[in-house]
Design a protein around this ligand. Structure first.
Ligand code: NAP
Ligand code: GDD
Length: 324
């Protein structure tokens, strides 16, 4: 019998790829979508899956919305991907970030506890919780030290997930995902900002690219690979926490070199440093140790950073040439 899945954050990068994955597996997919004044479904439209998803209007910061979504969807699996997910914005909107990215996780857990404790729950935790890293490679046992209001909010959501698992025996798992990107990445994140600029510069529509701290290092993977790990976590007999990463770290500078080189340009000829993109506190380096996910979920990142950048630059070359 086919299963029902509820996804919050369905219009985001991961929400779109996860919805596609679950539809391909035969799930009925419900998405919680906040009302906005303009259409936010561009990713679902790009994947051509918008007609296959049942939208439930609501907001994760509104407990009644979440309760209604859980009841309406009759979910077997609940993936909480909704968040104010841009780290930079979290210093400008720290209270909203706490509510949407943090407290709302408890709305999801409470709705499950009240309506159907058998629902399996996935919480979108993050490597940003490691912040000022306490180990060279970060695993499930590495202590956390968040460096942004976003990281602090996510840490609350992470521990509430662990707590509801231990207190009420919910099948609640937390995926500690390292940075993952794709052609569907929001334009404010550094990889997509870079690939969009590469396409515009190559097509003569932009002259330079302004960035902040290009010495920061990230463990970047492909979002399409990472949503598979989310699904795998909910297929296990017992819920648990997993680091999902590639195990390779690269500077922003080197990521730029790879992206520009894909169209035969040199990054150093176009990059300008603008302190306005520096953050009040930086996460200098992230490098994940995905051994547990490799062994228990049989999951491994499939896409190299070179393949990922090529995929993203190609998609932006197409968009820019179409005038988008
Ligand atoms: P994203 O593209 O920014 O998507 C966030 C989604 O949350 C959007 O659909 C957004 O809808 C929705 N949302 C925001 N506020 C909401 C609210 N109050 N109620 C309901 N929905 C709301 O993020 P992503 O990259 O797909 O990431 C998915 C999740 O994984 C997030 O929780 C993120 O923090 C976490 N994560 C991401 C990464 C990564 O590298 N991508 C790594 C670790 C963890 P609108 O667009 O309408 O606002
Ligand atoms: N966005 C952005 N824009 N980042 C820049 C820029 C710029 O112009 N210049 C340098 N950077 C640096 C940031 O300072 C940071 O060190 C790095 O590039 C990556 O920034 P983002 O792409 O914005 O991602 P993030 O690492 O802060 O956060 C992402 O990954 C987290 C997982 O570690 C987001 O997806 C979070 O939601 C996610 O939890």
């Amino acid at each position: 019998m086919s299963k029902n899945a509820l996804i919050t954050g369905i219009t985001g990068q991961d929400g779109a790829y996860l919805a596609q994955l679950l539809l391909n597996k035969g799930y009925r997919v419900y998405g919680l979508m906040p009302r906005r004044s303009t259409d936010t479904r561009w990713r679902l439209l790009e994947l051509n899956i918008e007609k296959d998803i049942s939208i439930i209007y609501g907001d994760v910061s509104d407990l009644s919305s979440v309760i209604r979504a859980v009841e309406t969807s009759k979910a077997d699996e609940f993936y909480n991907l909704a968040a104010q997910s841009f780290v930079g914005t979290s210093w400008d909107q720290p209270v909203l970030t706490a509510q949407v990215t943090g407290v709302a996780v408890t709305h999801c857990l409470e709705a499950i506890r009240l309506i159907n404790p058998k629902i399996r729950f996935y919480q979108a935790s993050t490597s940003e919780m490691f912040g000022l890293i306490q180990a060279e490679r970060q695993s499930e046992t590495t202590p956390f030290y968040p460096r942004s209001p976003y990281g602090v909010a996510k840490l609350y959501g992470h521990w509430m997930t662990v707590n509801y698992r231990e207190s009420f025996q919910l099948h609640a798992s937390s995926g500690i995902l390292f940075n993952h990107e794709s052609p569907l990445r929001g334009i404010e994140f550094v990889t997509r900002k870079v690939t969009d600029a590469v396409a515009r510069i190559k097509q003569g529509k932009q002259k330079t690219l302004s960035l902040g701290n290009i010495d920061a290092k990230r463990d970047w993977g492909f979002a399409g690979d990472y949503v598979e790990a989310m699904w795998l976590m909910l297929q296990q007999d017992t819920a648990d926490d997993y680091v999902v990463a590639t195990g390779r770290t690269t500077t922003v500078r080197e990521m730029c070199n790879i992206a520009f080189a894909h169209v035969g340009l040199k990054a150093e000829d176009y990059i300008r440093i603008d302190p306005k993109f520096y953050r009040p506190a930086e996460v200098d380096i992230l490098l994940g140790d995905p051994t547990k996910a490799n062994k228990k979920l049989h999951w491994k990142a499939q896409t190299s950073l070179e393949q990922l950048m090529a995929m993203m630059v190609d998609a932006d070359m197409r968009r820019v040439s179409e005038g988008r």
